[in-house]
Design a protein around this ligand. Structure first.
Ligand SMILES: [Zn+2]
Length: 244
C-alpha cells in the first residue's frame, strides 16, 4: 500500500462525505494522495445493512477519487479510547504514514464521534513512539497533525478550506449513500437525515462557511496548535473578510 498525505478518520461510512468531502477533493486536485478510514461499518444505522453501506462507501470513494478507503472494524455505537482500539489505529497510521489527519470535533453529541476525536489524537502521538507496539515490527512515524472538522457544535474555525469548485462533487459523494438520505422509494424508517430538507441543509452549510471567506463554498476546521505562518501579508490579503 502506498503512503498518503491526508487521511480522514470518521466514525460512520458517510460522516467523511458530509464533513470533509470537499477538502479531500481539493487536496486530490492539488496532487496530494488522499484517504479515508471509516472506524465502524455503520451497522447500527436506522437504515441500510453493513454490506449495502460498504458498497455505498466504495462508490463514494470513487467519486471523491480517494487513493485509499479502509474500515477499522470497530463496533458501531461502541467506540472507546481503549488499548485495543489505539493499537489498531496506530498500525494503520504507521502503514499509511499520513502527514495530516481530519476527524470529528470534541464534545460531538454522538459518543462514537466524541471518542474518535480523542482516539485519533492519542494514536497520532503513540504512532511516533518507537517502543509503542514495537513487537508488531512497524517503524515509528512523525506525529501527523490533527484538524478537527466543525459540525455539530459551534466553534470559531481556525481555518476554512475554500471548496467552491468541489461543492457539487461533494454532494454526489453524499448521495452515493442511497440508503442513508432522502429516497422517496424507501420503506425504511424516516430519520432527520432521510428527510428531503437535510441535503439542502448540507448545501447551505457549505455555502455559509464559504461566505465567511468570500467564496461560494467552505469547510471549517479547528486545530489546537498555534499556526506557524511564514507570510502574514499573503495570508491576510486573501479574500477572507468581506465586512471590514
Ligand atoms: Zn457518524
Amino acid at each position: 500500500m502506498s503512503e498518503i498525505d491526508i487521511l480522514a478518520i470518521f466514525a460512520h461510512p458517510d460522516d467523511m462525505e458530509l464533513t470533509v468531502g470537499g477538502t479531500l477533493l481539493k487536496m486530490k486536485s492539488l496532487g496530494y494522495k488522499t484517504g479515508a478510514l471509516d472506524v465502524t461499518g455503520g451497522e447500527m444505522g436506522t437504515r441500510g445493512t453493513a454490506k449495502g453501506r460498504h458498497e455505498e462507501a466504495v462508490e463514494a470513494a470513487r467519486i471523491l477519487k480517494l487513493d485509499v478507503r479502509e474500515n477499522l472494524g470497530l463496533a458501531d455505537g461502541h467506540v472507546f479510547v481503549d488499548e485495543e482500539s489505539r493499537t489498531k489505529l496506530v498500525r494503520v497510521l504507521r502503514r499509511l504514514k499520513p502527514k495530516v489527519l481530519l476527524t470529528h470535533q470534541y464534545d460531538d453529541p454522538h459518543p462514537d464521534h466524541n471518542h474518535i476525536a480523542q482516539l485519533v489524537r492519542e494514536a497520532a502521538r503513540l504512532a511516533s513512539m518507537r517502543r509503542y507496539d514495537e513487537e508488531f515490527g512497524q517503524e515509528r512515524i512523525n506525529v501527523p497533525m490533527v484538524a478537527h472538522n466543525i459540525f455539530s457544535r459551534l466553534l470559531a474555525p481556525s481555518f476554512i478550506v475554500d471548496v467552491s469548485e468541489f461543492a457539487e462533487q461533494k454532494m454526489d459523494a453524499i448521495k452515493a449513500h442511497k440508503s442513508q438520505f432522502y429516497n422517496p422509494d424507501s420503506d425504511e424508517p424516516e430519520t432527520r437525515l432521510t428527510g428531503e430538507g437535510f441535503l439542502s441543509e448540507l448545501e447551505n452549510r457549505t455555502r455559509y462557511f464559504g461566505s465567511l471567506i468570500g467564496t461560494t463554498g467552505g469547510e471549517p476546521f479547528y486545530v489546537r496548535e498555534a499556526l506557524n505562518v511564514d507570510d502574514p501579508i499573503a495570508l491576510l490579503t486573501r479574500p477572507m473578510n468581506l465586512y471590514s
